[in-house]
Design a protein around this ligand. Structure first.
Ligand code: FEO
Ligand code: CA
Ligand code: CA
Ligand code: CA
Length: 741
C-alpha cells in the first residue's frame, strides 16, 4: 500500500466505455473498414513472421528450472532452493567514505544529498569500457542507476518520526494529516533529498558485485538538481512560458526530479527516471486568486492543489515542505498559490515543471539532465523503448499511473542510427525533442488505435473542457488532450516491458476500485468486476491484469495494434474471477514491475499489492510468454455487491494461452510490508538485481514505542539493526548458473 495505491481518480471525462465504442464502430464506415482490414487475432496467429526471432538471441525458453515457491508471510526475501542473495545497497548508505555509516536511528545530521535515497524503484545497469565509455558488453565494471520513489516512510529518517508545529512523532504519508504549523529545515531537506535517482559505480569482485564508495561516477539527482526544459523547437517558447517561476523567469531550467517510479533505458545508453505521483508534493496556501479558470481546470485534471484546504480539513496532500520558511525558495517552491504579482514572482507554475521523463547520462557526472517535454507530462510510470531498428523511428511506450488513466506512445522524428550508442545527452536531444505523442484506444474487436495528440485535431482544438493555446500546451496537459480524442480509461497502467524476441509490448494494469469497475462498468480491455471472497480486501478489479499488444507490421510508427490479456491476477480460490486458472503456487495480485530478460526470455512480474497480503507478502514471478493471439475469446463472468445489491454481468475479451503451473512460477517472496520493483541483470543472465521497496510500510508511528512491521534487512545482518530499509539485492545461483532456467 504505497502512497500511490490511494491515487485519486482525476479523470472525469466522458470517454466511451466498451458498449459505446462497439456501437460507434458498427455505424462508422472507417471503423468498419479497420475491423475488416485490420489484423484479426485469429489471422494474426497464422501470419508468418509473428514470432520473428531477433537475431543474436537464443530461442525463448520452453520450461522454467526451479520449483514454484509457496506463499510467505516471513520477514525475509525467500528464493527457490539453490538461489542466494546479498544486499548491494540500502536506504541511507553513504556514497562517500567521509560520511558516517547509516545509523538506522534517524540521527544523521547531514542533508542526505550524498546518501542512497529511499524507496528503491526502477533501475538499470550501464557497463563501462576501458576508455570510460558506455558499452553493452559486460566488462565487470558498471554504474547502476536506481530510482528513489517516495517519502511515505520518511518517519524512519528522523529520530522519533516527523515533526510538525513543534510536535514530533508523526507519520505523514502523502495523504496523511497535514498541520498548518511549520516543519524543521533539516527534516525537510532529508525528505527532499532521499527522492530522485542514485548513480553508483559497481564492480564485480570474487565475492560478487559491490558498490565503489568513493567513485567519481557516484552521483545523486535530487528534487534540487538543475535540469534543462527540452521540447520541440517550434514549441519551446510556448512550453517555457508555462514553466516561468521566480527561480528561472525564462522557464528554461527547472529544479530536480521527484517520485521517480519505473524507468527507461535508451538505446544510446542514457537513463530515464520517470516522474510519477509528483502532484501530491504541492500545496496552495495563501491566496488562490490570480489563477485563471484554465489554470484551475488543468490543475484539477492532474490532481494538483489550486486552493488552500477548506476550513476544518485535516486530510490533505503534501508533507508540508513549504512550511519551513516563507522566504527560502527551496521550500516556498512547494507552495503553488499565486501569491506574487505574476508568475515571475512566485511558484504558481512549479507543478508544470514535474511529470516528465527525466533523462540523465549515467557516465557523465558533469552532464546536465533534461526534462523531455515532447514525451508529455503525466504520472509517468516507466518508459519502455520498443525494439530499435536502424533507419526507423524509435517508439517509447508509457503508462500514466492513476485510476482510469491512459497508455501513451512517443514516436521520434529522428530515425535510429546505431552509431549514436554512447552519445549521451546529445543523442537524447536528437531523439527525444521532436516526435509525435499518441494515446491508446483499445477496441472491443481485439484491435486498437494510436490517437495522435495534436492541436491540429479539431477535437483537441475545440475541446470544451480546456481551451488549448498551442501544441506546447497539449504536451504539458496531454491528459486533457487524451480525454478529447477518446482514449480508453485503464485499470492504472504501471510498467511496460518489451519482449525482445518478438517486439510485443506488455503493460501491467495493477488494479482499480469499486467506484470505477462494477459489472455494468467494464470494457473488453478492463473486463473484470468482482470482490475478494475470503478477506474483504477489495472490490472492482483489486488484483489487476497484464495486457499486451503487437504493433501492425511490427512498426514503431504503426497507427493500429492487436491486443489480448496475457494474465489476470487472482487468488486461486477466487471462483470466476480466476480467469487465468492460477493455483496456490502462482496466484498473484496487483502486478506492477514488468521486465523481460534479454538473456533468457523470461518475463518477470513484480507485485505491489494490498489485496492478497493477508495470505502472502508481495512477490516476483517468472513467466514464459507466448504471443498476442495465442489464446482466444472468452466471456468473463462478473459478480459483485454494489450499494448492497448483488450485481452480475458478462464481458467478452481476448486472452493469451493458459500458462498453467509449468510456465508461471513464483520465484521470490519479499519481506513484510514491502513491494518488489525494479529489476535488471548482467548480460550473461547469471546475476539479477532486484529492488525491495518500503519493507515495514504498515508500521505504526515510532513515537508510541511501536515495533516496526519489518526489521529487514538489519535482521539478515545488513547494516545497523533497528528500522526497515529499502534495498537493491543481488541474486545468484549457488552453482553460478543462469537465473530461472
Ligand atoms: Fe510508483 Fe505506479 O508505482
Ligand atoms: Ca482474499
Ligand atoms: Ca484466498
Ligand atoms: Ca510502480
Amino acid at each position: 500500500m504505497s502512497s500511490h495505491d490511494q491515487d485519486t481518480d482525476c479523470n472525469t471525462s466522458n470517454n466511451p466505455h466498451f458498449q459505446d465504442v462497439l456501437t460507434q464502430s458498427l455505424h462508422n464506415p472507417a471503423r468498419r473498414g479497420l475491423l475488416r482490414g485490420g489484423l484479426g487475432l485469429a489471422g494474426l496467429a497464422l501470419l508468418p513472421g509473428c514470432a520473428t526471432m531477433v537475431s543474436g538471441l537464443a530461442a525463448a525458453p520452453s520450461a522454467l528450472g526451479f520449483p514454484s515457491l509457496d506463499k510467505s508471510l516471513l520477514d525475509n526475501v525467500i528464493l527457490p532452493p539453490g538461489y542466494q542473495y546479498t544486499i548491494l545497497h540500502a536506504t541511507g548508505d553513504a556514497l562517500d567514505a567521509a560520511l558516517p555509516a547509516y545509523s538506522n536511528q534517524g540521527i544523521e545530521s547531514d542533508d542526505w544529498s550524498r546518501r542512497i535515497g529511499d524507496h528503491h524503484d526502477g533501475m538499470d545497469i550501464y557497463y563501462i569500457d576501458a576508455n570510460g565509455r558506455y558499452t553493452e558488453k559486460d566488462t565487470g565494471r558498471a554504474v547502476l542507476c536506481v530510482n528513489h520513489e517516495s517519502s511515505a516512510d520518511a518517519h524512519f529518517m528522523h529520530p522519533n518520526g516527523q515533526t510538525s508545529n513543534g510536535v514530533s512523532g508523526k507519520k505523514f504519508d502523502q495523504f496523511g494529516a497535514w498541520d498548518l504549523g511549520s516543519r524543521p529545515e533539516l527534516e525537510v531537506l532529508k525528505e527532499i533529498n532521499h527522492h530522485g535517482i542514485s548513480v553508483v559505480e559497481i564492480v564485480k569482485s570474487p565475492q560478487g558485485w559491490r558498490i565503489k564508495q568513493d567513485s567519481p561516477l557516484n552521483r545523486r539527482f535530487t528534487p534540487q538538481t538543475p535540469a534543462r526544459i527540452s521540447g520541440p523547437r517550434a514549441e519551446i517558447d510556448n512550453i517555457r512560458s508555462l514553466m516561468v517561476t521566480r527561480w528561472d523567469t525564462a522557464g528554461a531550467m527547472s529544479r530536480g526530479t521527484l517520485n521517480n517510479c519505473g524507468h527507461g533505458k535508451t538505446p544510446w545508453g542514457t537513463y530515464l527516471g520517470c516522474e510519477e505521483n509528483w502532484a501530491f508534493y504541492f500545496q496552495a496556501t495563501g491566496a488562490g486568486a490570480g489563477l485563471s479558470a484554465k489554470e484551475v481546470a488543468a490543475r484539477k485534471r492532474y490532481g494538483v492543489a489550486s486552493a488552500a484546504p477548506a476550513a476544518g480539513v485535516t486530510k490533505a496532500v503534501s508533507q508540508g515542505w513549504h512550511t519551513v520558511s516563507t522566504t527560502d525558495d527551496r521550500f516556498t517552491r512547494w507552495n503553488l498559490a499565486a501569491v506574487g504579482a505574476n508568475a515571475e514572482r512566485d511558484f504558481r507554475n512549479e507543478a508544470n515543471t514535474f511529470g516528465y521523463n527525466f533523462e540523465v547520462d549515467p557516465l557523465s557526472p558533469s552532464s546536465t539532465p533534461a526534462k523531455r517535454v515532447a514525451m508529455g507530462r503525466f504520472a509517468h510510470e516507466a518508459a519502455v523503448c520498443g525494439l530499435p531498428k536502424a533507419g526507423e523511428p524509435l517508439a517509447f511506450y508509457m503508462g500514466c499511473d492513476s485510476r482510469n488513466e491512459y497508455i501513451y506512445k512517443f514516436v521520434s522524428a529522428a530515425v535510429w542510427d546505431p552509431r549514436d550508442v554512447g552519445s549521451g545527452m546529445q543523442a537524447g536531444d536528437k531523439y527525444l525533442s521532436e516526435g509525435k505523442l499518441y494515446v491508446a484506444r483499445f477496441d472491443a474487436t481485439g484491435q486498437g488505435e494510436w490517437l495522435e495528440l495534436n492541436i491540429a485535431d479539431p477535437r483537441i482544438a475545440n475541446f470544451a473542457a480546456y481551451k488549448f493555446a498551442n501544441q506546447g500546451d497539449v504536451l504539458v496537459n496531454p491528459r486533457l488532450a487524451a480525454d478529447a480524442v477518446g482514449a480508453t480509461k485503464m485499470d492504472r497502467p504501471e510498467w511496460g516491458a518489451v519482449n525482445h524476441r518478438n517486439g510485443e509490448i506488455y503493460f501491467a494494469l495493477t488494479n482499480n476500485n469499486a467506484a470505477n469497475r462494477t459489472p455494468s462498468k467494464v470494457d473488453a480491455a478492463n473486463p473484470r468486476a468482482y470482490m475478494d471472497l475470503d478477506g474483504n480486501k477489495g472490490m472492482g478489479n483489486p488484483n489487476g491484469h497484464i495486457i499486451r499488444f503487437k504493433e501492425a507490421d511490427n512498426k514503431s510508427t504503426a497507427k493500429g495494434f492487436a491486443w489480448d490479456i496475457f494474465l489476470f491476477g487472482a487468488e486461486e480460490d477466487a471462483g470466476d474471477a480466476n480467469v487465468s486458472g492460477l493455483s496456490a503456487k502462482n496466484a498473484f495480485s496487483s502486478p506492477d514491475g514488468m521486465w523481460f530478460s534479454k538473456a533468457t526470455g523470461i518475463c518477470w512480474i513484480q507485485t505491489d499489492d494490498n489485496a492478497m497480503t493477508d495470505e502472502t507478502n508481495c512477490m516476483m514471478l517468472a513467466a514464459i510468454p507466448g504471443q498476442v493471439g495465442d489464446g482466444g475469446k472468452v466471456t468473463v463472468k462478473n459478480k459483485m455487491v454494489v450499494n448492497g445489491v448483488e450485481q452480475t454481468g458478462t464481458q467478452e475479451t481476448f486472452v493469451g494461452a493458459a500458462l498453467g503451473d509449468a510456465k508461471l512460477r513464483r520465484f521470490l517472496v519479499a519481506p513484510k510490508g514491502s513491494e518488489v520493483t525494479g529489476i535488471t541483470e548482467t548480460a550473461d543472465g547469471r546475476t539479477l538485481f532486484v529492488n525491495i521497496q518500503h519493507p515495514g510500510e504498515l508500521s505504526k508511528p515510532l513515537s508510541t514505542g511501536n515495533t516496526p512491521q519489518s526489521m529487514w534487512p538489519g535482521n539478515q545482518g545488513y547494516g545497523a539493526k533497528g528500522r526497515p530499509r529499502s534495498a537493491t539485492i543481488v541474486i545468484t545461483r549457488q552453482d553460478g548458473g543462469v537465473i530461472g532456467l
